[in-house]
Design a protein around this ligand. Sequence first.
Ligand code: SF4
Length: 323
Amino acid sequence: MSSLLEVEGLNVWFDLEGERELHAVQGVGFALEPGERLGLVGESGCGKTTTVLGLLGLLPPSASVAGSVLLNGVDILAGGEESIRPHRWVDLAIVFQGAMNALNPVKTVGSQIVEVLELHERARGREARTRTSELLESVGIPADRAERFPHEFSGGMRQRAAIAMALACNPSVLIADEPTTALDVMVQAQILELLDSLCRDFGLALLLVTHDLPVVAELCDRAAVMYAGEIVEHGPVDALYHEPRHPYTRLLFAATPDLYGEGVPASIPGAPPRLDRPLVGCPFHTRCDRAFGRCTHERPLLRELEGSRSAACHLNDVVAEVV
Ligand code: SF4
């Protein structure tokens, strides 16, 4: 049986000036089942946002996208914009990075949600306004605030409104790109709680894009760790935390502050490689504390390991554990 969403071999290139191109997403693949929650994690610039914009067909014309995006077994990427448009917002909805600042400042919040409902022919007039009230209430905003403008909302409420807008057409997959960035800690916790309850109440599948590992640990069943445009490790969140099979995953967790721990978070030395030049060997080898000869000239492939896990590291060929 096909998955709800299955991304296979997704590649994105950006044309740079002259003859050069930047290979921003390299063969990314993952699947989502109804109600499942997958975290896409990694440092800034590793290709997380480009991956989700690519699978939704929302990248600028300078980008070329290849691969397949199967929604209930049907490839919505194959026919370009014509085949993606009917599914965008309706089946796959996104809360954009910085979405709380993306609301139109000269329109009331409610009218912007009504607009989405009417544009996608979900409801009109009174029915659309009633549905807008329900949507606002489902994200914890009193319905009478629908007539307020975005500047009358706090940052947390604007983020809630952006989530309500994404839910307008009852999507089966919600993509949330850094939904808690720029919010204070208390509001972050409330937004995570909201996403958690929406997934439970509406059976939504969640694709959470974030650099914040504690957020993934809190909310997700599985995580896919991205580095230099590709997935380098994928598996259940608990397994990745307790027994990482790629040194980058281990170092990423070690770099995360632990409120109750005694250790000092350790930064990962160096910087990711440039993606406008051919990569030789493992993309992580210049920063890896476990690199050995083979890593400098042979690129490791993502291969399946035990327990629904996979990792792209030569160490998995020679030792049982990377830790
Ligand atoms: Fe480190 Fe080598 Fe594994 Fe790459 S393949 S992560 S360099 S040990």
